[in-house]
Design a protein around this ligand. Structure first.
Ligand code: SF4
Ligand code: FES
Length: 215
């Protein structure tokens, strides 16, 4: 396969065509923070925490390194002032949804509090659970519903009650820990009586209605 030569943080890097900037950086030991990346899954580009600054000629821009492909002559900065500023805002946003998320990174990018007033859902919509369940397990217990601010992860009880008790592999994938806690509450109820409508994570109203129906 053809190789390209590029620069990452001032270091000359040779990478195979088709690789992403993130993969090329990892190969030479340059660490870029990620949240929705998992090397077992197709890249998704949801969290943007892996943003880097790329320069081509006079122009520079910010791209998500987990989806952006390597290119001949590309100049990449993984910790430029612009990148650091963007990571700080992204972390602030994510921590409004999931307080306490990635303390180490929050400290590094000086996120001491969030200025955003948002309900903590403890799901940052990284899609790791949904993609792992579909791509690795082929089970499709979880899925997304809604758009924009209404977007949520749901799980499908009729499949969950059969599959989840013996699997639970997504428990270690969820960066916020919402999956294990919700499954511990819900899956035993699904076992009692499977149902087919989707149940939202941490949606108390939905859960109460669901419990009323099965009890
Ligand atoms: S439940 Fe966890 S793994 Fe799934 S999308 Fe939300 S934060 Fe990501
Ligand atoms: S790790 Fe690249 S967008 Fe999330």
């Amino acid at each position: 396969m053809k190789q390209v030569t590029m620069s990452i943080d001032g270091k000359e890097v040779k990478a195979k065509e088709g690789m992403t900037i993130l993969q090329a950086a990892m190969e030479v030991g340059i660490k870029i923070p990620t949240l929705c990346y998992d090397d077992r899954l197709a890249s998704y580009g949801a969290c943007r925490l892996c943003s880097v600054e790329i320069k081509k000629g006079e122009r520079s821009r910010i791209v998500a390194s987990c989806v952006y492909p390597v290119e001949e002559g590309l100049v990449v900065e993984t910790e430029s002032p612009r990148v650091q500023k963007i990571r700080k805002v992204i972390l602030e946003l994510l921590r409004a949804r999931s307080p306490g998320l990635k303390e180490e990174l929050a400290e590094r990018y000086e996120v001491d509090k969030t200025r955003l007033d948002r309900d903590a859902t403890f799901c940052i919509l990284c899609g790791l659970c949904v993609r792992y369940c579909a791509e690795v397990k082929g089970a499709n217990v979880l899925g997304f519903v809604g758009r924009g601010t209404e977007r949520q992860v749901v799980f499908f009880p009729d499949i969950a009650f059969k599959t989840c008790p013996t699997c639970k592999e997504c428990f270690n994938i969820c960066p916020t820990g919402v999956i294990p806690s919700d499954f511990a509450v819900n899956v035993p109820r699904f076992e009692k009586q499977p149902t087919v409508f989707p149940v939202r994570l941490r949606d108390e109203q939905n859960l109460r209605e669901f419990i009323k129906k099965i009890e």
